[in-house]
Ligand binder design. Sequence first.
Ligand SMILES: [Zn+2]
Length: 653
Amino acid sequence: MRWVTFEAGSGERVGVLADGVVHALPPGARLVELVGRGAAGLRAVGEEALNAPYETVPLERVRLLAPIPRPPAVRDALCFLDHMRNCRAAMGQSVDLEDVWYEIPAFYFASPSTIVGPYEDVRISPGSAWFDFELEIAAVVGPGGRDLTPEEAERHIAGYTIYCDWSARDLQLKEGGLGLGQAKGKDGATTLGPWLVTPDELEPYRVDGGLALDVEATVNGARIGAGSTGAMDWTFGEVLSYASRGVELRPGDVVGSGTVPGCCLLEHIDLADLGSFPGWLKDGDVVRLSVRGLGEVRQTVRAAGLPHPLADRPRPGRRARPRRANPAAARPSAAPYTRGLHEVGRDVWAWLQPDGGYGWSNAGLIAGDGASLLVDTLFDLRLTRELLDALAPVTRRRPLTHAVLTHANGDHTHGNQLLGDEVRIVAARGTAEEMGHEMAPELLAGTQVFDLGPVLSPYLRERFRAFDFGGIRPRLPDETYDRELTLDVGGREVRVLNLGPAHTAADSVVHVPDAGVLFGGDLLFIGCTPIVWSGPIGNWIAACDAMIALDAPTVVPGHGPVTDPDGIRAVRGYLAHVKEQADAAHAAGLTFQEAADGIDLGEYAAWLDSERVVANVYQRYRELDPRTPTLENMELLGLMAAWEASRGDRPGA
Ligand SMILES: [Zn+2]
């Protein structure tokens, strides 16, 4: 028998489904009570409904709810050990499970208030960038009981249904550090449905006492995983027996099977090939889970709300970190270095985000007659939304028609999706190509949850914790150019020049000749340290000369306060200094790490993020000797963190 709980305009109802028609019980019936009558009692009520229904309603006319909308208790077990092994492999950990996994069935309690029906939208957990689903099946307890044997517990099962354990992987990993079990990482939602199928209906699928039901999970129609529930290492009877030790199981209690191996996103992370990852769930994604004999659930994922922040507690023994302040902020400038919008020329604005460190990038707006151009978006959707709202008084009358991306880094591109389709996104060809190869933005949330060791973890957590990498869908440029492009923005000439490769594979600057304003993108870090991701350094120095030659009195950098040609000269001076020091060290036979460790930064030592010199010396060594071993960005960041720690400028140091 297939039992449904539904809503048809007159409150919550219960019925039996047969041939596409719901045979409803009178209002007031609740499945959670009926299952307590045991298999025979439940069957008797069901047969009465089929023979003499209170009313009949076609299935398509009702809205199905979870069969048990408010279970007394929800336990989710981990019956498929391969799921745990696959998760460990995905996280780069040993797949050799500890003895305890083989001794007792694992389960945790989920919140009954998060139960949702089979076709309801599911909201992403607030603060999560790594939202995932888990295809499971659930057993629903009929008559309760305690201290049951596995055989007794099996006979107490009233039926089965599909169970989706919506999971916020980043929150789960973070809370894992507490060692106290599941909390907000598993608190998003739990789907039950579409109906409760009694055990007798599933007898054809019984194999060796277990249920072998074929399953499949898809996202937006693409298959993510498939398998069979026959692969359970622990049976429902065993899990319920274990759960009933000294505890009363109650009618309607739900226990999930754990994920059928392969049927969630997490298991599909390949650390050696992050580009192959299908991506975490985002607003609008449709997740369909089907289980032979149990039907299918189909749900749309919706964007998260923002969590209300909590302040950190002081950690005993941790020295307060010196306040970061951009040392260039005190220089005279066309605009004070404060967060927000500043007019830096006639109808030209800079959006500034102190202090200019990782992710705290600047953007710009150039307005003409009935049109305007945006220079760069920001690191996450919240920051970009705030920027676009602040621009609205201008863009309402002179709508955005163009956006120029100065380069591919996420702190200048992640907000692209918030621009309307009518906004033409323009970038150098090399920038568009680089954007196509960037790792999924939401993996940056890993900086907050992965244990990358005692030096790199605190370094990354502090620098990236302010950003929310959820929900970002990369939007690539609509139009590319090679070296030089002139745009007409409402009758105003705007010149775009690609002066890279230097910071990245292509680095554009945006020049507004009639206002004397130059947006330098990340060819300019002011009061903070430039980082050479691409090079060659000589090309970056030449780019500085080219910017100086434009003779724009007002210069907006990618990071740091608004400056002037002297600011460009300072960046040029830094690069020339590092190049000269690295060349001398190389000639003296030092390794690049020795060169970076021993470098005297002189007047540039006060610039923020001075540890980036490690990456810069490394790039120079690569230019001098192509046999210098290749380092991934994460390895370089690790060396930078160590450099910073060794100079005594780290929390706890
Ligand atoms: Zn940047």
